[in-house]
Design a protein around this ligand. Structure first.
Ligand code: ZN
Length: 418
């Protein structure tokens, strides 16, 4: 909310739906932070409206990352959630939320913290205006098999962890239903199931299925009764097929999908949230030096496989949504993944759509984010160059606003955002 209407003058405005760039547009924003109209600069600025001049810049809708982990430390060599308290993890989340929105990402799905509901607390603080950060859908915790990819694995067998750290560990269909219900009543707004092993979990086998189709289906049905959806982490083909047949809204990662799984994604319209940059970062010169050799080996294998799967998925017309798994790599570098998508075979416009229209559709939020149009939130960011000619322009935001509120403003003569 603000006390006066806004008129944001865009030198160039990218309509992500049509792919056209229009010169000299004005985005009119009401006091509720939503777009009221998009007009021409020649029509002038209404009396009383605050005037934000983004002349010379290209304006886009705020970006969406459908796979983040804002809570807790960035991935370390240690066992997660065992050397930091819940309070420390939540406060690290405050920094990560700020870094994420400063990078132009005004909306995210948070696919789970290791300490249950800490992501929901962060979202509530952002919604109250106490903390600067993106709009969030939150998973609350991971639904996972004991010793599965979402469990805390790597401690001695006789260490007992607090309930909040193993909140989503389930042993049966009935336990899935009970945990999903508790998560959604407790503040989660979507559900994350760990359908296969994970690359970064010690001893985990990324291709191995860890939840049955009946368990995933129970989560999907239960979440549907509460009006929301399920994302399924699945590296392996069998786990992904179970997720698709069970009615998951999105498959995450998909590093080892076979042609049949890719065809099933395309034919059912199930969304595919593909992270490529995290692996590039970890295997590149900026990557960690202390991750276990076993983890690095799995990462090298899964990264090469994932790149091949992505190329086929693009070819086959799968609905790909932008998801980076931030927290594996440092927060705020999310936009570097656009170049990864373009290298895999997408046009820059198609890559931008994965983080705008497609991501909004995945989240069920097309009525509020993903495009700049009357009724949608005035979430936007601006870059100096043309992202359709060079998609890496998106890595250099000059201006970011959420609901018409300025989050970042690096225009000439203004201090860069922290
Ligand atoms: Zn993840």
């Amino acid at each position: 909310m603000s006390d006066r209407a806004l008129a944001i003058r865009a030198g160039r405005l990218l309509d992500v739906a049509t792919g056209t760039i229009d010169d000299d547009r004005v985005i009119h924003v009401g006091i509720d932070g939503r777009v009221t109209a998009i007009g021409s600069g020649a029509d002038g600025i209404p009396d009383g409206a605050a005037d934000v001049d983004l002349g010379g810049l290209t304006v886009l809708p705020g970006l969406i990352d459908t796979h983040t982990h804002l809570i807790g430390d960035v991935q370390t060599a240690g066992v997660p959630a065992t050397t930091t308290s819940g309070a420390e993890e939540a406060l690290l989340g405050v920094r990560h939320a700020r870094q994420t929105i400063a990078a132009g990402f005004t909306t995210v799905r948070d696919l789970g913290p290791f300490r249950a509901f800490t992501d929901c607390a962060l979202r509530d603080a952002i919604d109250r205006g106490d903390v600067v950060g993106p709009r969030m859908q939150c998973a609350g915790a991971f639904i996972t098999a004991p010793w599965g990819g979402g469990d805390v694995v790597g401690l001695a067998h006789d260490i007992v962890l607090p309930e909040e750290v193993r909140f989503g560990v389930v042993r049966s269909v009935d336990e899935v239903r009970e945990r999903v219900r508790r998560l959604l009543i407790g503040g989660a707004t979507m559900i994350k199931c760990i359908g296969t092993g994970a690359v970064l979990t010690r001893g985990g086998v990324p291709g191995a299925p860890e939840l049955s189709e009946a368990e995933i289906h129970a989560a999907v049905e239960e979440a549907g009764w509460y009006g929301t959806h399920v994302a399924v982490h699945a590296h392996g083909a069998e786990g992904a097929k179970r997720a698709i047949r069970a009615g998951a809204r999105s498959v995450e990662h998909g590093s080892y999908l076979d042609d049949e799984a890719i065809a099933m994604l395309a034919d059912t319209g199930t969304f595919f949230s593909v992270d490529l940059y995290d692996g590039e970062w970890a295997l590149g010169p900026e990557g960690p030096t202390d991750w276990p050799a076993e983890t690095m080996r799995k990462l090298r294998e899964s990264q090469a496989a994932a790149e091949a799967v992505m190329a086929k998925a693009i070819e086959r017309g799968v609905r790909i949504a932008f998801g980076t798994d931030s927290g594996v790599y440092p927060h705020g570098l999310n936009a570097r993944q656009f170049a990864s998508y373009v290298r895999a075979g997408m046009t820059p416009l198609a890559a931008i759509r994965t983080a705008t229209t497609m991501a909004a559709e995945l989240m069920g939020w097309s009525d509020r984010v993903g495009t700049l149009a009357p009724g949608r939130f005035a979430d936007l960011f601006a870059v100096a160059g043309d992202p359709l000619a060079d998609v890496t322009e998106l890595e250099r935001p000059v201006f970011v606003a959420k609901g018409g509120q300025v989050v970042r403003d690096d225009r000439k003569g203004r201090a860069p955002a922290a």
